[in-house]
Every structure is written in structure tokens, then in C-alpha cells.
Design a protein around this ligand. Structure first.
Ligand code: ADP
Length: 532
């Protein structure tokens, strides 16, 4: 059908609009979703490959984290963008499982295309996919394994399952330990408040020099700490410290000089006197508030820092906004927008503020505030890139641990859950009336993309692995999965390949929702670029 005739039939549509209908629309959409899945296919699992992404401004990221890859790809196909949004939701909700969600979406779309070829109506397919998802959730609820959240070995295994393949092996266990240590330090009544974990990245060493430090680590590097002269040298440790937080800058702005002129040498003494008076006011107000340490979001004039130092008050300038917020929560200090407003009621308390040098960076470590469950992970990778990737991986680990501890349950990984779910769905399909049972079976087949891809990426025969897995599961061994490190099908609980159920549940739901939206589209109308 030519453009002219579309315009006659649909006068509301701009005659320059691009339009695809029916089979063409479906084909374009399904292909885009499948192509996206294909792009990140090789990044699934422990034996996956990395991707190097170079942004238009030349920034380089090497990663195999599905979310990071999709986030950085320049995608301009609307359907592919929808699938990317699935990945984003997955990442936001659970911190992991993005590759799984996107692969599953691609597979569901591919299977839907086959069913349409066979004559199934798209709505029958989406109904079947919906029914299958409901069944999957029911089955998953019954398949979870309860964990003891005090069993550190088991927690390490959960973290390790996230890291395996994303980081080189000898250091993977080290990172898993780091994540468990951080999470256990802030755990309170089996709940985890991630805001209590701070990261500080200091390049120039090696990943194994990273550690978890009790307390809040604040970067003082932006402060000119050299100004602290010998006669005003601070002790390294300030015990029982009163903390003040100031959002403004501690400077004198030219505008406040009023009628005193910079250009007139005669007025210089008056100018200096005026400056001294203002500086004294700042220092007196801060001292009267009883502060031992002042964290200031903006800059502090050198003379003020010097005068504060003489009073025994450590002044830290250019503290980041997020660090100030954490300091407020940890010490109970209120932020003040201007020094003039600072009073004793605004200050907070910490048992200790310690200055420490790590690498070439000066840090302030604040411990024992009113909310003392604060830890910081100090990352010591050799370069910024390494630290960025370490942080991404640790974040995923922390999310998995948070879910596992809060829900006290896990699922076996290595494709075990997917094969179990697929077998259950195939049995269940027979009880679903009408043609949508074909879609339920197609859903089961799609789930097996996970064990197949894990095997492929590890160079293991996917067909043999899948047959082996199905047989073991059929024999009632529901925790049998593919251990890609050895190439054998084995008990995933014994192998320590464990994942929080929420990640899997979310990945399957997101994939089904996205594919159902795409399957039901049979008409694509794109406004012409020149249309307002
Ligand atoms: P995603 O972004 O979907 O989380 P990953 O690349 O992190 O993708 O891979 C996760 C998959 O790898 C999960 O299915 C998990 O069960 C599996 N996996 C992790 N460790 C192992 C292992 N040792 N053997 C087999 N599969 C594993």
C-alpha cells in the first residue's frame, strides 16, 4: 500500500509519517528485540566474554555487565529501547539479572514469531505467556531454599555467584568476602540499609588492597590540608568529636565589602580590618557551637582555616553533597545554609574522627556517630577503570546479599531453576485449554535459553548439557544445574551456585511484560522528523 492511500484511509496521519503494518511491523519489532539479546548473549554467566564500549567522547569501559553495556549502547530502535528499559527496571529493582531478562525477552519474541507463522493469533500468544508467568511464580515460591543468614559461607557463595565470570578468579572470592563483610556490618534485624555503605575509590594499588573500614570515609583531598601548619598541627585522631556541617562557603564575597574600594590604597587598612572582623565572626560562631570538625560543602578561605586550626577545629572544605548527607545521618548534625545560623543544636557527634593517608589521598574517617552502623568500602584498583568495574560488581553483590538476607531464601543457579520451571510448564500446558497451551510450551522452551547459553559461553555442548539437566531434574533432582566451571551437571547447593529468587522472578516478569507489549503491536507509525 503506497503512502498516498494510507493518507486517504487515515487522514489524521501525517502524509510523511513512516508506517509499517501487520506482519512487517511484527517482523521489525521481533527482530530488533532478538538482535539486542544476541548482542549481549556472550556476556551471560561465569565463562562469558567482556565488551569494550567506547562512547562518542572517547570514554572507554570494559565490562560484561548487561546493564552497563545496554546503558552505553547508542540504541535508536524504539523496540530495542523498550527492551533496554526492561533491563533498566531489572537493574533498579534487583541490581542483577539484566542479561537474563534481555535474553529471555529475545527468546520469547523468537518463539512468538514461530507461533505466528503457525497461525496463532498474537493475543493468544500473549495470553499464553501471561498464564505461563503466573504458573512460574507459583512454582518458584515452592522451589526456594531457606538459608541461615548467619551462615557466612552461604552468603559468600551467593556473592560469589554474582561475581564469578565478572572478575578474575583469584580475586573473585576476595571481593565476595568484602561484600559479605560490609553487609553483615550494617545488618540490623535482618534488614539492610544500603545507604549505610559508602564507597571511596583510590586508584594506584591493587584490588586486593581494598578493604572495608568501619565508619564513614570522607575524601579530604579537595581540602588544602597542607595549610595545617606545625604550630596548629592536628592530632591524627580527634576523640568525642562535635561535628558541624555547613552547606555554604566560608569566604568573603566581594559584594559584601560595601563601600570599601579595592582600588584605593588608602582604604587597604579598612579593608583588612573588615576582613578580620568577618573572619573572627565565622570562627567565633563555629567555636561557640562547640565544633571540633567542620565539613563545608564549598570552599573555605585560607585565613579562616588557619584561625579555625588555631582554635583546634579541623576544617574540611569541598565535601561532596552526598558525603555531607551521610555525615548528617551518621552524626545527627543538621546542615546549616550559613555559618551565622550555626548553634549547638545543629551539631552532631562522632566517637572518633581520624585522619588517614591512603595512597596519595587524605581521608577523614568518622566512626561511632549516633547511627553507628556505617561502613565504607575503600577500593584500591590500579586504575579508575578497575575501580569503576569493581564498584559495579560490588553493588550487584550487595543487592543480591540484601535480597537473600531480607527474604532468607535462595534458588539454585546454573540453569537449575529454569529447567525445573520449563519441565513444570510443559506438564502444566496440557491443562491449559485452547491454542494458548502452545504459547505456554513456547514459554517453557524460552526459559531453557539460560542453561543453553551458559553452556555455549563455556564451550560446553548445549544439547548434551540440556538433555543431562532434564534427565536429572526428571529424576527429582531439582537443584541439579550446570556447573560451567567443571562442565558437569551437579547439585548447585553443593556447588554454592545460589541466587536470590527475587532476581529470577523479576527477570521473568519483565521479559514477559516486554515481549507481550511488543507481540501485540501490529502497526507502527513514526512521525516524520519535520512534524512539530
Ligand atoms: P545476569 O546479568 O543475568 O545476572 P550473569 O552474567 O551475571 O547474568 O550470569 C548469571 C547466570 O550465571 C545465572 O544464571 C547464574 O546461575 C549463572 N552462574 C553463576 N555462577 C555459575 C556457575 N559457577 N556455574 C553455572 N552457572 C553459574
Amino acid at each position: 500500500m503506497g503512502r498516498g492511500s494510507i493518507h486517504q484511509l487515515y487522514p489524521a496521519v501525517n502524509e510523511n509519517a513512516e508506517r509499517l503494518k501487520g506482519h512487517d511491523a511484527q517482523h521489525t519489532n521481533f527482530s530488533a528485540g532478538q538482535a539486542l539479546a544476541e548482542t549481549i548473549r556472550t556476556t551471560l554467566g561465569p565463562k562469558s566474554m567482556d565488551k569494550m564500549l567506547i562512547s562518542s567522547d572517547g570514554q572507554i569501559v570494559v565490562t560484561n555487565d548487561g546493564a552497563s553495556i545496554l546503558d552505553r549502547m547508542d540504541i535508536n530502535h524504539p523496540t530495542a529501547e523498550m527492551v533496554v528499559r526492561v533491563a533498566e527496571t531489572q537493574e533498579d529493582a534487583t541490581g542483577d539479572g539484566t542479561t537474563t531478562a534481555v535474553l529471555l525477552t529475545g527468546e520469547l519474541l523468537g518463539n512468538a514469531a514461530d507461533l505466528i507463522e503457525q497461525g496463532l493469533h498474537p493475543t493468544t500468544i500473549s495470553d499464553g505467556y501471561h498464564v505461563a508467568t503466573e504458573r512460574v511464580h507459583e512454582t518458584l515460591r515452592r522451589a526456594t531454599i531457606e538459608i541461615d543468614t548467619d551462615n557466612l559461607d552461604q552468603l559468600r557463595e551467593i556473592a560469589r555467584t554474582v561475581i564469578t565470570g565478572k572478575w578474575e578468579d583469584p580475586d573473585a572470592q576476595f571481593l565476595a568476602d568484602l561484600a559479605v563483610k560490609a553487609v553483615k556490618a550494617i545488618e540490623h534485624d535482618e534488614s539492610i540499609d544500603r545507604r549505610n555503605i559508602t564507597h571511596q575509590a583510590i586508584a594506584g594499588s591493587g584490588p586486593r588492597d581494598s578493604n572495608v573500614v568501619d565508619g564513614l570515609v570522607i575524601d579530604m583531598d579537595r581540602s588544602s590540608t597542607s595549610l595545617v601548619s606545625p604550630d596548629t598541627a592536628f592530632p591524627r585522631r580527634i576523640a568525642d568529636a562535635t561535628i558541624a556541617l555547613i552547606d555554604a562557603q566560608l569566604t568573603i564575597e566581594a559584594a559584601t565589602f560595601g563601600t570599601v574600594s579595592f582600588d584605593d590604597p588608602e582604604q587597604r587598612p579598612a579593608l583588612l580590618e573588615y576582613e578580620d572582623q568577618i573572619y573572627d565572626e565565622y570562627v567565633t560562631t563555629i567555636a561557640d557551637a562547640g565544633a571540633d570538625v567542620v565539613f563545608c560543602q564549598k570552599s573555605i578561605d585560607d585565613p579562616i582555616r588557619y584561625l579555625l586550626a588555631r582554635e583546634g577545629i579541623l576544617a574540611v572544605e569541598r565535601t561532596r553533597k552526598d558525603e555531607l548527607l551521610k555525615l548528617g545521618r551518621t552524626t545527627g548534625a543538621q546542615h546549616v545554609g550559613s555559618v551565622a545560623h550555626l548553634t549547638t543544636t545543629d551539631t552532631g557527634h562522632a566517637e572518633m574522627v581520624e585522619r588517614r593517608r591512603v595512597g596519595d589521598r587524605a581521608l577523614a574517617i568518622v566512626t561511632g556517630g549516633s547511627d553507628s552502623r556505617q561502613v565504607s568500602i575503600v577500593l584500591r584498583g590500579g586504575t579508575e577503570h578497575v575501580n569503576d568495574e569493581m564498584k559495579r560488581i560490588l553493588d550487584d553483590c550487595l543487592s543480591a546479599l540484601e535480597l537473600a538476607i531480607e527474604h532468607r531464601e535462595v534458588l539454585p543457579g546454573g540453569g537449575a531453576s529454569e529447567v525445573m520451571l520449563a519441565a513444570d510448564l510443559r506438564d502444566y500446558a496440557a491443562s491449559v485449554g485452547g491454542r494458548s497451551q502452545l504459547a505456554v510450551t513456547a514459554f517453557a522452551d524460552a526459559l531453557e535459553v539460560i542453561p543453553r547459553t551458559l553452556a555455549e559461553n563455556a564451550g560446553i555442548d548445549p544439547i548434551d548439557s540440556l538433555i543431562d539437566l532434564r534427565t536429572r531434574q526428571h529424576e527429582g533432582d531439582h537443584t541439579a544445574g550446570l556447573d560451567v566451571l567443571t562442565g558437569n551437571v551437579r547439585d548447585m547447593v553443593a556447588a554454592g551456585v545460589l541466587e536470590p529468587p527475587a532476581i529470577k522472578q523479576r527477570a521473568i516478569t519483565s521479559a514477559q511484560e516486554a515481549s507481550n507489549i511488543i507481540i501485540r503491536i501490529d502497526d507502527i507509525i513514526a512521525a516524520s522528523p519535520d512534524r512539530n
